[in-house]
Design a protein around this ligand. Sequence first.
Ligand SMILES: [Zn+2]
Length: 732
Amino acid sequence: MSRATGPDDVMPVLSTRARLAGRAAVLVSATSRRLGRGGGSVIGGRAGLLLAPDLLALLAAGRSVALVSGTNGKTTTTHLLAAALGGGDRVATSSAGANLPPGLVVALAASPPGTPAVLEVDEAYLGTVAGAVAPRVVVLLNLSRDQLDRVSEVRMVANRWRRALTDLETTVVANADDPLVVWAAGTAPKVIWVNAGLLWRGDAIGCPACDGKIIFSDSDAPGNEASGGWSCVCGFARPHPDARLIDGQLATADGRRLPLHLRLPSRANRANAAMAAVAAGVMGVDESEALAAMAVVTDVEGRFATVTHAGVTARLLLAKNPAGWTELLDLLEGGTEPVVIGINARIADGHDPSWLWDVPFERLSGRLVVATGDRRKDLAVRLRYAGIDHMTVENQLDALTAPGAAAVQYVGNYTSFQDLRRLLPGSARQEPVRRSLSVPLVSALEVPVPRSSSRRTTGESALRVVVIYPDLLGTYGDSGNGRILACRAAWRGIPVELVLARSDEPLVRGADIYCIGGGEDGPQIQAAERLADGVLASAVGSGAIVLAVCAGYQIMGTSFPGPDGRPYTGLGLLDIDTIKSPGPRSVGELVAAPFDGGRNPTGVTDVHFGHLTGFENHAGLTRLGPSVRPLARVLTGVGNGADVRPDGTRTEGAWSGRVVGTYMHGPVLARNPALADLLLTLATGASLSPLEDEEERALHDERVRSLDVGGGASVSAQAVAKWRQLTGGRGR
Ligand SMILES: [Zn+2]
């Protein structure tokens, strides 16, 4: 019989240097906490790493380590796996705000050597951390866009994971339903594939193997909570799962069916628990024991907890991107309590909340929603176009009580959730109930329901608005432009139909307005190839209007750059061409002023627009030829980048006939209702009755004022010089 081993037997001896550095990390963290500077892990860990750059490896030596990474669910999965391994002092574990190397150093240094560790790791640092700590298991949950201003990094992260895992002696527990995760784990020596589901597929559409398109099968097996299969024509496809979620049970690789009795709500958490249970199995804990230990977890760092404030009971939920919201809307379904939604756009959230337009808030129909947080105005406009009764409240605590209900559901994105948690403890009992009487309630308005292009129901006389390929070019919420146009027509009594035209169907002919948005390089090329069939060009020839944004804008030109900078042929509907900027991406607030004192370049005389505001996020430098007019001149940000007028004026967007292009997301028509009405005026040939646009105007004015505080991207003189050189000095 083998000798029982306790921590004393296996405890490795740390070098003096590692001990001192580890102690310094813990000490500095504790001091920082005492001084009230937050959790303190970061500064303490940094101090430790300064003393011993290899501290992470030193502290991890002799431990059984699990790493958990992914865009959504990593904090919960880390928490569940730590619980499965015994929880409390028996496991070293990191918290949500401390998932970079300095935070991990403190998590390890604060626990005795030899203690097993479950560490949440930021997606961008997984390779570095895995290389240092020699993990026994790596759990890969999912990859989707999180901070929209970093969206171009999602595929980069998948490739970085793939390189890091190829040579790593570890077991990878991977979500077989996410093509990007499968790509990342595809070359790892030992993988356990889990069929845990992926409700949000919006970011997984581009094949990581060939830049083609992933086709998801919707014919899920009965009782299977998780997703069905997926594949690409290149042969890249979902691997056969070793474990899966079926009928609320975990079907293990060895053929057992283990029930999940979680106290954490939602399908997403059942998937997280399934992943954690399989990982626990790799760590030497039987899956059924692991699941039993997870069953007692009631909240994860405040998420899913219920609190009481000024007599109002609030359940606290966190959702920071469309993928997270897709899961949460399932959870909220069927309830009647008001929903309080806090939205910020700080660094940790990403500076661009355009993703709100990819969340189907329409599903909250019939419930009162309170918009709060720094970016409540963006949310209020989104809710208006979703037809949701809503009110706007500045202070998050007031927002909980504003509906006057006994119970509310609170959903915050990352920093607004942290803000509310900070506000809550001291105020939970003392704060007097303050009814926010000044808060206006905006009632739901009738909203046109979009239809797929394969069915035609509405009469030919209706104004037809088509969103081109939202499945390819739907990364930045630009599909919202179509919805906004349709709503603004419907609210004026103009019959309208809104069509979302997917890329696997022929483009609808004969529409009045076509909208096309931004996306990644691969899908941009696919969209351009499909649009080369001439349907759009002939529609423009017959007088259709096109609103083209970002990647869609570049496609309208004569040429645009692929991922490697190689030029691709555009549609030639605008006399512009675009190259890849040799500098960094242009990411930030973009404010531009119209030429001619607000007169628009279309000849429509009764619509004027003031400053235009949007959020740009592109790597293009666009030059305007002689037969287009710029949309506006840049006040802050980059815009076209390569179009500088003799007087030094830099321009944004382009306009020619009835085709208009811009780099502005937001969506652009949400922030600039005058531009939406200009397009509708052109399309209908009639003057439009005014709308009550208080919320849009409030958002517009707030964003234009952001000009004063900066925040815009800038284009380097070097980039412009490079453009001049490439174009033989034609750049103006
Ligand atoms: Zn492929």
